[in-house]
Design a protein around this ligand. Structure first.
Ligand SMILES: NC(=O)c1ccc[n+]([C@@H]2O[C@H](COP(=O)([O-])OP(=O)(O)OC[C@H]3O[C@@H](n4cnc5c(N)ncnc54)[C@H](OP(=O)(O)O)[C@@H]3O)[C@@H](O)[C@H]2O)c1
Length: 323
């Protein structure tokens, strides 16, 4: 089978297609023909060799996708040949075939395209846990969503609106601002003036929560935009990692909360994984949540996909289509 293989850490150019031995499903595993593999920021950090994401070389990147089961390993009772499944947190997904542990696979219902399923396994479940579990948004809450036209951002904006929040989204271009508004953002600001917009919208009170996947460039202004006892949910570092934080700042700024969550801890139990996936697929099937696929690429163009994502040229989700 063909797969993208990384022989050494580095820039997008280290992503190259190569022939690999066909994988086999062992006990408790599924062999899946990949229809779509998701491209994520984490894949860039891993390719660059940034701790804690780096893995040994050579490796096949990608951790997310969807496809059809073509072989079922011993001891698997939940899935059968031909089932449509999706996954996240499974290494080696930039490939024509991947082995998926059955306890990490989720069934994709009729009425949800496999491309859409692949597009929401990481970013959609992230958006779900951020606004349902990390800080459960309440009706009327003022909520900042940074990079609101991005993969997580567009989905998170829609989910916060479902929960009745008031979204102040940030974007870097007019085109991205338009997409954020289409997703339901009540106000769209730039990275330099979102704090002022939050104060205007809340009569000076501040936001209940800031969902910040941008990191270094936004962190300080994010903290400053919160109401007393507000939550800064730092879930990523698209602009670079945030320097160490003096905790006393949180007291002075209003007894604030800061958390640095990661998806793995919010889908560790199978019932949680299935519950979040079911919620997403139900919204998608009903048309309550729109999945914006901003770009699709053949395996051979994985480098271009990484370059586009890292250079902030993309909106919504990027997918590799191996076949
Ligand atoms: N903790 C978790 O569980 C978890 C899960 C998924 C993703 N993440 C993180 O969430 C963040 C967003 O991921 P995503 O896949 O949805 O990406 P994305 O939002 O589609 O892309 C990143 C966006 O960030 C904005 N950005 C601002 N400053 C940037 C900079 N200096 N360089 C690059 N981009 C910049 C850009 O939007 P504008 O051009 O509009 O500014 C860019 O399009 C990433 O940091 C990712 O690692 C965390």
């Amino acid at each position: 089978m063909r797969a993208v293989v990384v022989e050494r850490h580095g820039g997008p150019e280290v992503l190259a297609v190569a022939e690999r031995a066909d994988p086999k499903a062992g006990p408790g595993q599924l062999l899946v023909d990949v229809v779509a593999a998701g491209v994520n920021f984490m894949d860039i950090y891993q390719r660059e060799g940034r701790p804690p994401y780096a893995s040994g070389v050579p490796y096949v990147p990608g951790a997310e996708g969807a496809g059809s089961v073509v072989a079922v390993g011993a001891e698997v009772t939940e899935f059968a040949l031909g089932d449509r499944v999706a996954w996240t947190g499974v290494p080696g997904s930039y490939a024509e075939q991947v082995v998926v542990p059955a306890d990490r696979a989720v069934p994709v219902p009729d009425g949800v395209e496999l491309e859409a399923a692949a597009a929401v396994m990481l970013q959609g479940m992230t958006a779900h846990y951020l606004c349902h579990s990390t800080y459960p948004v309440a009706a009327g809450d003022a909520v900042v969503v940074h990079a609101a036209a991005g993969g997580v951002g567009l989905l998170l904006t829609q989910m916060v609106k479902i929960r009745g929040g008031v979204v102040v989204g940030t974007t870097s271009t007019a085109e991205k601002a338009g997409l954020a508004r289409q997703a339901g953002a009540d106000h769209v600001a730039g990275y330099g003036d979102f704090g002022r917009v939050v104060r205007d919208v809340t009569d000076g009170a501040g936001a209940a929560v800031v969902y910040d996947g941008v990191g270094r460039a936004t962190f300080d202004d994010s903290l400053d935009s919160l109401r007393p006892r507000g939550y800064l949910v730092l879930y990523g570092a698209a602009s670079g990692p945030v320097p160490p934080l003096e905790l006393q700042r949180l007291a002075a700024a209003g007894s604030l909360f800061v958390t640095r969550p990661t998806l793995g801890h919010y889908i560790a139990r199978r019932d949680e994984l299935l519950g979040r996936a079911r919620a997403l697929f139900t919204w998608i099937g009903r048309g309550d949540v729109n999945v914006h696929i901003g770009g699709t690429y053949p395996l051979a163009d994985a480098a271009r996909a990484h370059d586009d994502l890292g250079a902030r040229r993309t909106t919504g989700k990027l997918l590799l289509l191996p076949r």
